[in-house]
Design a protein around this ligand. Structure first.
Ligand code: ZN
Length: 167
């Protein structure tokens, strides 16, 4: 067990024990999406509040809350995700999501985002911070869905938030 793996495990446990941005937001105006991982029984609900004074990809995530339950990987990933995207624009959220997918060695179509980028898996130059701790999950393919569940769910919420108001 290397020192780095110990550090990563500590970060994951910290997010699992003290999840960031835990709770709910009123819908509307917040957008709500939920996701399940039947392989593990994980459940994630994402509440996304977007300041849409600036339209489209320039809209900013003003608040995000997470609820649900499941294994330490799924809950820690959701906590890290919420911390990583809060205050970011939709464009930045897409970049972080893509960088995370790239780290998890996923192909574009394995997470349901919108409009796949023309260049398949070019990792945007973004700081993943604590999310780096999930890098080791790639070695355990059965757990990858635990780590990506919250990101799948986020993609649903972002898609909903990006729809024209008059839908
Ligand atoms: Zn799980």
């Amino acid at each position: 067990m290397s020192g780095l793996e110990d550090l990563y495990r500590e970060i994951i446990l910290d997010h699992y024990r003290s999840p960031r941005n835990r709770g709910e937001l009123a819908t509307p105006p917040a957008h709500r999406a939920e996701g399940f991982n039947p392989l593990c029984g994980d459940e994630i609900v994402v509440y996304l509040a977007v300041d849409d004074e600036l339209a489209g990809d320039d809209a900013r995530v003003v608040d995000v809350k997470i609820s649900g339950q499941g294994c330490s990987i799924s809950q820690a990933s959701a906590s890290m995700m919420s911390a990583a995207i809060k205050g970011k624009t939709i464009r930045e959220v897409r970049d972080i999501t893509q960088a995370f997918k790239s780290m998890m060695s996923l192909h574009e179509n394995e997470l349901e985002g919108e409009d796949p980028a023309p260049e398949p898996m070019a990792a945007p130059d973004v700081e993943l911070g604590d999310l780096e701790a999930l890098r080791g999950v790639v070695k355990f393919p059965v757990r990858i869905k635990c780590a990506t569940l919250s990101w799948n769910t986020l993609a649903q919420a972002v898609a909903e938030a990006s729809q024209p108001a008059a839908s």
